[in-house]
Design a protein around this ligand. Structure first.
Ligand code: SAM
Length: 213
């Protein structure tokens, strides 16, 4: 998701108390940021934040961190959080490639990847958030019993993601569906992302996996 550049969004973000700045300084310090040692769930590529904001509202005993690369998109999430002022939700503007600079070993309990950018060219495969290179990064920051949940309507990306799990001996496929919205069991507690609403409304099946080590 890339919105037109919004003038002043970088400056606005730099001033926002809902955004964690100087991210490397907080590695292993998330309990301090939230003032408690509740579990930490992160969404990488959160877009305008609909999914993570809903989760943070519904689960006050979990700390959420929304990660987004683009200022103009992150700005939308900040504006919603300004109205809600949820104490258990923070944002970071960054490229997820640097995720290991932000969270220490085992500091994260769950990672959500929703409707990630597909990077269709083969030579860009390692930029996909579900690539083996990213799985290695997630391995470094997830607790031993941590999980990753991934949803998309992009079948090519999903097939790639499933293959990457198969090729990564550490990871185990706990759940895998090619039509989430028809799966009553996996739909329990499902929170729709903005893209999920948009693509399921035009009839695209939603794929989902849950993986652990
Ligand atoms: N997750 C939201 C949803 O499901 O509605 C937004 C999906 S949108 C297609 C993907 C988002 O991921 C975009 O906002 C994009 O800027 C962000 N993104 C892609 N690659 C990223 C990366 N390496 N680090 C951080 N954000 C990234």
């Amino acid at each position: 998701m890339r919105l037109r550049n919004i003038t002043g969004s970088k400056e606005y973000i730099a001033e926002s108390p809902y955004v964690v700045h100087d991210i490397a300084a907080h590695k292993n310090g998330w309990a301090e940021i939230y003032g408690n040692s509740n579990p930490v769930y992160i969404e990488i590529g959160m877009g305008k934040g609909q999914f993570i904001i809903t989760l943070a509202r519904n689960n006050p005993d979990i700390n959420y961190v929304g990660i987004e690369k683009y200022s103009s998109v992150l700005l939308r999430a900040i504006q919603k959080q300004e109205e809600l002022n949820l104490p258990n939700l923070k944002f970071i503007r960054m490229d997820a490639e640097e995720i290991c600079d932000v969270f220490g070993e085992g500091e994260v309990d769950r990672i959500y990847l929703n409707f990630s950018d597909p990077w269709p060219k083969d030579r860009h495969a390692k930029r996909r958030l579900e690539s083996r290179q990213f799985l290695e990064r997630y391995d470094a920051i997830l607790k031993p019993d941590g999980i990753i949940e991934f949803k998309t309507d992009n079948r090519m990306l999903f097939d790639f993601a499933v293959d990457e799990v198969k090729e990564s001996p550490k990871w185990h496929m706990d759940e895998c569906t090619y039509d989430l919205h028809k799966d009553e069991r996996l739909m329990v507690g499902n929170v729709m992302t903005e893209y999920e609403e948009k693509f399921s409304a035009i009839g695209n099946p939603i794929c989902k996996y849950i993986i652990s080590r």
